[in-house]
Ligand binder design. Sequence first.
Ligand code: ADE
Length: 249
Amino acid sequence: MTTAILSALPEEQSGLVDSLQQARRVTHAGRAFWEGELHGKPVVLALSGIGKVAAATTATVLAERFRVARIVFTGVAGGVGEGVRVGDVVVARDYVQHDMDASPLFARWQVPGYPGVRLPCDSALSAHLSGAVGACLESAGVDFHVNPEGRLPRLHEGLVASGDRFVTCAQVSRALREPLVAAGHDVLAVEMEGAAVAQVCLDYGVPFAAVRTISDRADDDAHVDFPLFIQTVASRYADHIVRHLLKLL
Ligand code: ADE
């Protein structure tokens, strides 16, 4: 029962690879996959690549070739929901592709061939992931990002949006979020891969869960906040959360 741990960027993956026991590096489809044991559990670690198509290819290889039992994504996202701040953690309940629009043939944002606008994550695996994040925030809060007002990071659960765009402007963020919220889709965060992995996992019947730490607010400061967070904090979050999660599986 191998668990795949997907990261978007090498900085987020490096701590996991360093802790991997009996590590074997396998390449396939131009990607590196690290098989081994992490905290006593069989895992395969992979980089998703950036954007929906790259992430879909990686997820397909994990399902087809590695026959993984589940896929867990740990990465960062831009916070767009109210009260979703830098350093907070979002566990996705479901995903939407914010750049999918085949209207009027299909509802806006609906991926044709799938039942609704939202692509659901696996509820049992997501509950374990929320449990792991909760335990991390309690036990290691100080190790995480504490914002300038001294506010400790919070856990949010809900809808995450993916699309092939790094959102680095408040106006674009509003234009993306407001129509979704008006249609009843209260989106918490935006990133570039999760919805594609969710779609592939639905196709293969592979349970999928995703956790995204908020690196920026998808606003005019995102281009500064994002790299700073990636370099200083992101891998600590991934290491703690994955360790707690594997204990629960
Ligand atoms: N991942 C992290 N921050 C992001 C942003 N602002 N836009 C898209 N993906 C992101």
